[in-house]
Design a protein around this ligand. Structure first.
Ligand code: CA
Length: 227
């Protein structure tokens, strides 16, 4: 799965340049032209990283960042601020609102890509790793194999993808709709209760030796992997 980058930028020329370079580097890029669009885009699909311009029409970049940090679902999304202001006070203000990094315009694409990769490595090592480990569960992406407490766990392809997705973001709660988008794809029509069926199968397989349940059901919100 390609890391998804949401670019919030109102300058079309820069947005076009960013799209070209991000896609060339193997990222999936989506765009929002102002702060309101950005909030809608995040709600529709959780990005892995947000590139957020400081000066935006309607809601400012700083305010978008603050709102992302104030919602449980979006609190941990890495945010890189793009700013034309190089002054120390402004940079500090950007970081105070919860941005993970900032980059001053004009910047080179190579520098921006390096910053994105650094943030991804720091915050989501799972996006790059061949192996994911959470508690006593080990998922080997190369061999497509899952082991819990030394015993191999046999999973169907959907349960495998579901577990892989949850293991990339331990502790984060996903709604059924978000899991459908991430695991089945947003262009497929599947009823949300299908998610419950597959979570049930995943649980059963993971608990086959009477182990504890690693998946938490959050009432009226969704599911998360215990961390
Ligand atoms: Ca701008």
């Amino acid at each position: 799965m390609k890391p998804a980058i949401l670019v919030v930028e109102d300058e079309d020329a820069l947005a076009t340049l960013l799209r070209y370079n991000l896609e060339k580097e193997g990222f999936e890029a989506t765009f929002a032209g102002d702060g309101e669009e950005a909030m809608v885009a995040v709600d529709e699909r959780m990005p892995d990283v947000v590139l957020l311009d400081w000066m935006l029409p309607k809601i400012s970049g700083v305010e978008v960042c603050r709102r992302l940090r104030n919602q449980r679902e979006t609190r941990n999304i890495p945010v890189i601020m793009l700013t034309a202001r190089g002054e120390e006070a402004d940079r500090l203000r950007g970081l105070e609102t919860g941005a993970d990094d900032y980059i001053v315009k004009p910047f080179s694409m190579a520098e921006l890509i390096a910053r994105i990769r650094a943030v991804l490595r720091r915050i989501r090592p799972g996006l790059a790793a061949d192996e994911l480990k959470q508690g006593d569960i080990l998922l080997d992406r190369v061999a497509h194999r899952v082991v819990r407490q030394g015993r191999e766990v046999h999973l169907g392809p959907t349960e495998y993808r579901l577990l892989e997705h949850l293991m990339q973001y331990p502790g984060r709660v996903f709604s059924r709709e978000q899991l459908l988008d991430a695991v089945w794809g947003s262009d497929v029509y599947v009823e949300t209760r299908t998610v419950d069926v597959h979570v049930g199968r995943l649980r059963k397989a993971l608990m086959a030796d009477n182990q504890s349940d690693p998946i938490r059901t959050v009432r009226s919100a969704g599911y998360s992997l215990q961390n």
